[in-house]
Write a protein that binds this ligand. Structure first.
Ligand SMILES: Cc1cc2nc3c(=O)[nH]c(=O)nc-3n(C[C@H](O)[C@H](O)[C@H](O)COP(=O)(O)OP(=O)(O)OC[C@H]3O[C@@H](n4cnc5c(N)ncnc54)[C@H](O)[C@@H]3O)c2cc1C
Length: 89
């Protein structure tokens, strides 16, 4: 994990390798996630700044129940994923 200021940044691994790669569970093959950079802002200001900076290349991750399966199916291949789960309420 890399940190730039208070914005945590997690760079993903190449598709097909490690935890983000294809793997088997219960004998079933799961689709890998495309490569992306995960941003974990700690403040609303950082989150809004990241959205403005990467406008067309970013997707917001709230719970991930919809986004992650869609990314596995390559329906979305964002360069950046903005994880808002750590923002204060
Ligand atoms: C197998 C499956 C079953 C489901 N069953 C149901 C169900 O029973 N009932 C139901 O109502 N829905 C269901 N859904 C749909 C899903 O729960 C909804 O799409 C919900 O919005 C996902 O919420 P999330 O917080 O996990 O969002 P995520 O998966 O994190 O994001 C969903 C989309 O919204 C965008 N997004 C998230 N937060 C923001 C934000 N703050 N600003 C802008 N964009 C944002 C993401 O970028 C992404 O495109 C199902 C989905 C799947 C895959």
């Amino acid at each position: 994990m890399e940190r730039s200021g208070s914005e945590a940044k997690v760079r993903n691994v190449t598709p097909g390798s490690g935890a983000a790669g294809n793997y088997h569970r219960g004998g079933r093959r799961r689709l890998s996630l495309p490569q992306f950079t995960l941003l974990r802002p700690r403040t609303l200001q950082e989150a809004v700044g990241a959205l403005a900076k990467h406008a067309s290349y970013i997707r917001v991750l709230a719970g991930g129940t919809d986004l992650i399966p869609s990314m596995r199916q390559k329906l979305f291949e964002p360069e950046y994923v903005l994880d808002i789960r750590h923002l204060p309420n």
